[in-house]
Ligand binder design. Sequence first.
Ligand SMILES: [Cu+2]
Length: 672
Amino acid sequence: MRVFVVLALVAAAAVQSDAGGMSDAQKQHDVNFLLHKIYGEIRDSNLKAKADSFDPEADLSHYSDDGAAVQKLMRDLKDHRLLEQKHWFSLFNPRQRQEALMLFDVFIHCKDWDTFVSNAAYFRQRMNEGEFVYALYVAVIHSPLAEHVVLPPLYEVTPHLFTNSEAIEAAYRAKQTQTPGKFQSSFTGTKKNPEQRVAYFGEDIGMNTHHVTWHMEFPFWWQDSYSHHLDRKGENFFWVHHQLTVRFDAERLPNYLDPVDELHWDKTIVQGFAPHTTYKYGGQFPSRPDNVNFEDVDGVARIRDLLIIESRIRDATAHGYIVDKAGNHIDIMNERGIDVLGDVIESSLYSPNVQYYGALHNTAHIVLGRQSDPHGKYALPPGVLEHFETATRDPSFFRLHKYMDNIFKEHKDSLPPYTTEELTFAGVSVDNLAIEGELETYFEDFEYNLINAVDDTEQIADVDISTYVPRLNHKDFDFKIDVSNNRGEEVLATVRIFAWNHFDNNGIKFTFDEGRWNAIELDKFWVKLSPGTNHITRKSSESAVTVPDVPSFSTLFEKTKEALGGADSGLRDFESATGIPNRFLLPKGNEQGLEFDLVVAVTDGAADAALDGLHENTEFNHYGSHGKYPDNRPHGYPLDRKVPDERVFEDLPNFGHIQVKVFNHGVHIKQN
Ligand SMILES: [Cu+2]
């Protein structure tokens, strides 16, 4: 699905030709084994030989930076300055991040696969496992050399960050006694905790994978000098977290929970959290009791600094401009303003003035993550908020992001509303909008392998060890959209589909303006409309905002073997894992049918499309970072700006609006 890589490749081809001409199957084989059993010896003899005998500095002509990155890393390695193995790793730890990025810097400057893979094998054997896994994942996502490589699911590579401690302990016992086992993983907490009712959302391993993958696709530490520019990175940061925020509120309604209140620095953190998660090395993830007040975190930030940063950012949204490092004003009162604001709030290296606006999001993650031990008195490892894999497990994650989402809303609401003229697609009208099939969610048990969680030796054979955990799914359905085109010629159209809850938690109907801000994006695609009536059928499985389940390690090994034997790997659909899982497309319904507003906006595709041929591209991935983002419009368009008068939309011929019901009949398809 990494279709936009083509653009990046054309540019990269000049500097990075894969001289070895290594096959995709061979590359897949290498990556499988580089990430398999990362806490032990490499299990592929070829790679093991490279790890033992390769000299990264022997021939610097294999690097596009003449070996600058590899020499820097080797110097720290030889000086014993690198983090030891068998130690936790957190991207939010500045030195640990620096080391992981030094390795990434080596990978991204390799000119050919052999150099890439030899370095990977070499450093896997010598660097901290967490740093290695992170650097390799980001390199495979971004390096043109690894274009068609499918990364294994992180929950099978580093299961400790996804599975609860109880299942991990059971896995160790199974391994020690050489008894195959399949263990149930439970969500944290008990029924006495109301938040437990929505734990299936924050603790969903597919959602966790989506979140960590997104942050690898758009890293906050990215510099364009690595290889390419990440188009609309700041705006993507806003949008992906906005979608998580509104989606979490939508999940709460059928569970009889109010929408979340934003977290604030001078208010109590009402919800505690006991992660029931253990580091592979470093002990338990810290817990936080209910009703804790924020404290300064030694060496990270004082609460009053966060308040100052927030007020500077709010000043910027109120003024309508950001002040850059040189004191110049960057106007944000336009459709690109959100992109700059996203860079500022995260903050990423794209921020025009980190000195002044700080790094609100990243600092907030650390400060919140450390509230169990803010002064470092108890030698606790980092909290769940300090890893993208685990952050959403803590219910305070969504409160923290609601806080930032509200700042983004201030900015978006300050922009002028769209006018009828801007929204009209002359001659095109939506005649009918309907759903075919019932919108029904249900739960099912999902099983995945835990073999990489436990220690082993090559001499003793593996036994099957897996865990299963409930997850949300939905029945397949189709969107049926009838669109007439009276322009007398074929036209390209963009079809955008959203849904929002019809009623709030008190049973009060959302206004159009409230609803549109809470809209969940369900799909976006381009289509050619013939003159006359067009009957569009769009399958739920085709949604451009979703990705299929990442294939398991065992599937990858199997498919790679077949591909090495000349068969088609059948892995193309899995090349990008950036997007929410397709099974997660619909929020949970209820027995009577939870009412939603379903809207479709059909807009001028020629004006919207940033690339050619989008109507033929059924695989376009919403969040992919390669090349130009295909949509010229802001994320959430045309619902991204305030709507003081909903008649602007309701009277628009190219806009469809119906009510639908999402059911959930209590079905749970169990493993045992
Ligand atoms: Cu995030």
